[in-house]
Ligand binder design. Structure first.
Ligand code: ZN
Length: 289
């Protein structure tokens, strides 16, 4: 099993300050790195990770002990991701918008705990994103992206889960493009191989594929989907997350209609509803097993 720390273990391991209903946890030298714990909302837990400064807020569920979902808005900071066909918005802005709306929806439902890898325009390596999934013991990691293709007619949403071999040439190209962010940032630190046994990896792949199928079912008839909306490839960030993980491509910002839809709050609400339904059902199904 991946290393999972309960909040109690984290407190034992790291020391914690409890103040006014808010719990602040500092991990290894974060304050020395200038990343002091953030002001926590009522009932929220702030976990501060070491250098580079990375403050993570955990939104609590209505009842305690609920599974945690880590939402990852793709790209950020110096890495804008793809640029929309209009030229005036980039993937990193749209992923953050969509992720924030998904967080708010899940928070109002109150069935899962939620954290985001970033809540503002900052750069994170793929290692930092996946390390967070492991450190928080996330039940599910959902990385949000927008697709882009040379063919301006390509459109529709798709969901990717981890496999050793890509399902198709598009999936292979996408994984190579997304993985290059890891290479550009110095690549893997090699720790992932040590953490994940093959058995754990196979079970992670199965759970991730099950979630991807569920998300596709929840999206059918509600969202514009690509043919064969569930695809597979060897995504570095999914492999290294060590927990059930998918990469959701919400649509093509290289397509005029998809860009307009992704920029429309009403359309994003439909995407968020499909994601939230799938996330809540998946986490509930796995926690009763
Ligand atoms: Zn992307």
């Amino acid at each position: 099993m991946p290393v999972k720390l309960t909040m109690k273990q984290m407190i034992c391991a790291t020391g914690a300050i409890i103040a006014g209903g808010a719990l602040l946890v500092a991990l290894g030298g974060a304050e020395a790195a200038g990343a002091g714990p953030r002001e926590a909302d009522n009932g929220a837990v702030t976990v501060t990770l070491p250098s580079p400064a990375l403050g993570v807020r955990i939104v609590e569920a209505r009842s305690p002990g609920r599974p945690l979902v880590l939402i990852d808005p793709g790209h950020g900071g110096q890495d804008p991701g793809a640029t929309a066909v209009s030229g005036d918005i980039s993937e990193k802005q749209l992923t953050l918008q969509l992720a924030s709306e998904l967080r708010d929806k899940l928070a109002s439902d109150g069935r899962v705990r939620i954290a985001m890898t970033r809540e503002d325009d900052r750069y994170l390596t793929l290692d930092q994103r996946s390390a967070l999934a492991r450190r928080l013991g996330a039940s599910l990691y959902v990385s949000l992206h927008m697709d882009s293709a040379p063919n301006p007619l390509a459109r529709g949403a798709s969901v990717y889960s981890l496999s050793d071999v890509a399902s198709d040439a598009d999936a292979q190209r996408l994984a190579e493009a997304e993985n290059s962010a890891a290479a550009g940032a110095g690549g893997s630190d090699g720790s992932v191989r040590a953490i994940l046994s093959d058995l754990v990896l196979r079970s992670q792949m199965t759970s991730s594929a099950n979630f991807a199928e569920r998300l596709v079912r929840n999206s059918q008839g509600r969202l514009e989907l690509r043919p064969q909306a569930h695809r597979f490839a060897n995504f570095y960030v999914l492999r290294s997350a060590g927990v059930p993980a998918v990469l959701f491509e919400a649509g093509y910002i290289s397509n005029v209609e998809d860009e307009a839809m992704l920029r429309s709050p009403e359309h994003r609400q439909r995407i968020v509803a499909a994601l939230a339904r799938a996330i809540e059902a998946d986490v509930a199904a796995r926690s009763v097993r």
